[in-house]
Ligand binder design. Sequence first.
Ligand SMILES: Cc1cc2nc3c(=O)[nH]c(=O)nc-3n(C[C@H](O)[C@H](O)[C@H](O)COP(=O)(O)O)c2cc1C
Length: 201
Amino acid sequence: MAPQIIALLGSPRPKGNTAKLMNEAVRGVCDAGCEVEIVSVPKLKFSPCKEIFYCQEHATCAIKDDVTPYFEKFRDIDGLIVATPVMTMGIPGALKSFMDRFQVFFMAKYFRKEPLVIPEKKAHRRTLLLSIGGMNIENDFDGVILSMKAFCDIIDCPYWDEVLQNNMDGVIDITTRPDVMKAAYDKGYHMGELIVRDMAE
Ligand SMILES: Cc1cc2nc3c(=O)[nH]c(=O)nc-3n(C[C@H](O)[C@H](O)[C@H](O)COP(=O)(O)O)c2cc1C
């Protein structure tokens, strides 16, 4: 079976710049031999974590909603692409709330010491981050990267590489920046290649 990748879109704009960049990385990872499920997170209907600590004792979440199927899927995926704009110096609310729900994985790994991802799976898993910021400021991606690295650790899908592009407020259509589009395709392809190689070993 081809390696299974999930691509999370954090932007509410299905045809916005973040989506266009994600589609290039998806094209790359598919060309390398992987299969991808794209998840437009702002379209999901779900509640933020309620901190009721059900997952301290259970390998799932007490809340049943559109996030529920992803607990199982995130155990099985071979790689992850996360494409997000910077909003208020961090990850936009819907995507951040989706990530917070993976406290289920945190509790299993760090509280009960029973990780939900088997070591053989973790050995080849990788995450590629794509992020766009409108502003031309230093540290534009610091918040996004900090949260992403924590999330990758929690779900045992190590942070592998990134394509970060700030100063995009004046760029209505990112396809006018072929260098950025190519970087996303190339990183997607390379991540796919590495996962395919490692899974064949
Ligand atoms: C609510 C909101 C907050 C934002 N905050 C930031 C920010 O803190 N830093 C930044 O560089 N850009 C910020 N931006 C700009 C977006 O990152 C930028 O417009 C991005 O290209 C949007 O991606 P999209 O085309 O996929 O919608 C913000 C945009 C919105 C709508």
